[in-house]
Design a protein around this ligand. Structure first.
Ligand SMILES: [Zn+2]
Length: 115
């Protein structure tokens, strides 16, 4: 399957962030690619690195946001449980894929443990 990873607004900086993520956090890159595979190879990344908030996993290259626009709610929920089954976070009460809670209604947030 050909994977087609797109970036919000074709942002060149976001594309650069993706290249950095492949080196800094290859496991999270693999999680992103697994979600793309689940969606017939199509996926849009809307955010990777955000430096402004010390408490955000995005500051430490441990968070990626995925566009959900145009996808069925049932497909989104199925994808989230697929990722959480395949890639358990490894800490009680914390999920790898989050959608539909805590402000994550317009995107899927993917994260892995900061080790
Ligand atoms: Zn996020």
């Amino acid at each position: 399957m050909k994977l087609n990873i797109n970036f919000k607004d074709n942002d060149i900086n976001l594309w650069g962030d993706w290249r950095t993520l492949l080196i800094k956090n290859p496991h999270l890159s693999l999680i992103v690619l697994s979600l793309a595979e689940k969606w017939n190879g199509q996926l849009t990344i809307t955010s990777i690195y955000r430096g402004e908030n010390d408490n955000s996993v995005h500051k430490y290259w441990h968070g990626v946001d995925i566009r959900t626009r145009g996808r069925e709610k049932t497909a989104l929920k199925a994808a989230v449980s697929y990722i959480n089954r395949r890639f358990p976070y490894g800490k009680k009460g914390i999920k790898t894929a989050i959608y539909g809670t805590k402000g994550h209604f317009d995107h899927i947030h993917l994260q892995n443990m900061n080790v």
